[in-house]
Design a protein around this ligand. Structure first.
Ligand SMILES: [Zn+2]
Length: 319
C-alpha cells in the first residue's frame, strides 16, 4: 500500500517559481520535418507510408535489446533485457490531438490499442504490454505529432507488480477491487462522468492534482476484451475526458496517459480489472506540479489539491 499526503494549504503558498507559458502554437497539418508524418523518411532510414488515420510501427530506437546477455555476478550486476517498442500515430494530421479527433478517428485509435494488445500479449517473450502516451513539451515528449507508444517487456514493471498485488489482495469472491471502490461513497463522490459501461473519476488517492481514471464497470482484464458496445462507450467517455481537460485548462493539456491492462505472463487474472490513467503534470494551466525533494527523496507524493475539490471543478466543466 502507498499513501498520498493531501496538503491543500500548500497551494496557498506564494508562488514565485517558474510559470511555463501555455503555448498552443499553430502547426501545419503536415510537417515534412516530422518523422511521424506520412511519407516522411525517418531518422533511421525507413520511410512512412502515405497513411491516413492511425498507423503503428516498431520504434527505430528501442529502449530494449536482447535478453541473451546473462546476469553477471558481483555487486555491479548487469543483464540483457528484451522487449518491443512500438510507435502508434493517432492521426496522419500533425496538428491534431486525441481531443480534437472526430468520432470515427477516435474509435479507430481505440481499435488500434485493442489490436496491439491482443497481438503482443500472445507472444511468449512478452510479460507485459505497457501502452501509453506522453503528450506535450511539459512531459518531455520528443515529437509533437499526436502519438502514443508501447513498451512490451519480458518482465513486469515495478508499478504493475504493485498493482497486481493490490488487485489480488483486494479481490473478493464476486467483486474486484475496482468494483468495490466504485461502490464506496467517497470514491463515488469523485465521479466526473459516467455512462452505462464506464466511470470517469478522480481517484481518492490522486498523486497529481487533476489525475483521473476511466474504469469499466464490468471486470475484464484487458481492453481488447471489450464488446463492440463497450468500445463505443469507452471511446465516448475517454474523448469526453480529454476535451474536458482542454476546456478546463484552456489549452491543449499536457499529460501522461497509461492503459493498465493485465499482465500476459501466464498468471491467473481473475482479480484483474483494466483501466486508463491520465496524469496532467499541472496545478493549474500555468503551473507545473513537480515531484520535489520530499517526494523524490521519500517516495510519498504531496498533492496540493483536495481530490474532492478537483473532481468538482472538472465535473462542472463542460467537455
Ligand atoms: Zn507529424
Amino acid at each position: 500500500m502507498e499513501w498520498v499526503v493531501v496538503a491543500g494549504v500548500t497551494s496557498a503558498r506564494p508562488w514565485q517559481g517558474q510559470r511555463p507559458v501555455a503555448t498552443d502554437e499553430p502547426s501545419p497539418a503536415h510537417d515534412p520535418g516530422c518523422y511521424l508524418c506520412p511519407s516522411v523518411q525517418r531518422a533511421a532510414g525507413a520511410r512512412n507510408p502515405d497513411y491516413t488515420g492511425s498507423f503503428a510501427f516498431d520504434n527505430d530506437f528501442s529502449s530494449f535489446g536482447s535478453s541473451d546477455v546473462p546476469l553477471s555476478e558481483g555487486f555491479a550486476q548487469t543483464a540483457g533485457v528484451g522487449g518491443i517498442c512500438r510507435v502508434l500515430c493517432w492521426s496522419e494530421q500533425h496538428n491534431q490531438t486525441l481531443a480534437t479527433l472526430d468520432e470515427p478517428a477516435f474509435e479507430q485509435v481505440v481499435e488500434l490499442l485493442c489490436a496491439e494488445y491482443q497481438t503482443l500479449s500472445q507472444r511468449d517473450d512478452v510479460a507485459y504490454v505497457m501502452m501509453f502516451e506522453n503528450k506535450g513539451k511539459e512531459v518531455g515528449v520528443s515529437n509533437l505529432h499526436p502519438h502514443g507508444q508501447i513498451y512490451a517487456t519480458e518482465y513486469l514493471p515495478q508499478r504493475v507488480q504493485t498493482l497486481d498485488r493490490a488487485l489480488r489482495e483486494g479481490q473478493l469472491a464476486d467483486k474486484t477491487l475496482w468494483q468495490q471502490l466504485l461502490e464506496d461513497p467517497h470514491w463515488r463522490g469523485n465521479i466526473i462522468e459516467e455512462n452505462e459501461h464506464f466511470v470517469h473519476l478522480l481517484p481518492w488517492s490522486a498523486r497529481m492534482p487533476f489525475e483521473t481514471m476511466i474504469v469499466p464497470k464490468r471486470a475484464i482484464p484487458a481492453q481488447s476484451q471489450m464488446t463492440a458496445t463497450e468500445r463505443k462507450a469507452y471511446s465516448q467517455i475517454w474523448a469526453s475526458a480529454l476535451k474536458r481537460y482542454d476546456r478546463f485548462f484552456g489549452r491543449s493539456t499536457p499529460m501522461i496517459s497509461i492503459h493498465y491492462n493485465a499482465p500476459c505472463d501466464g498468471r491467473d487474472l481473475a482479480h484483474w480489472h483494466w483501466f486508463t490513467l491520465m496524469q496532467p503534470p499541472l496545478r493549474d494551466a500555468h503551473t507545473l506540479k513537480y515531484l520535489a525533494g520530499f517526494e523524490t527523496g521519500g517516495g510519498d507524493v504531496v498533492n496540493p489539491t483536495l481530490p474532492e475539490a478537483a473532481a468538482q471543478s472538472l465535473r462542472e466543466t463542460q467537455p
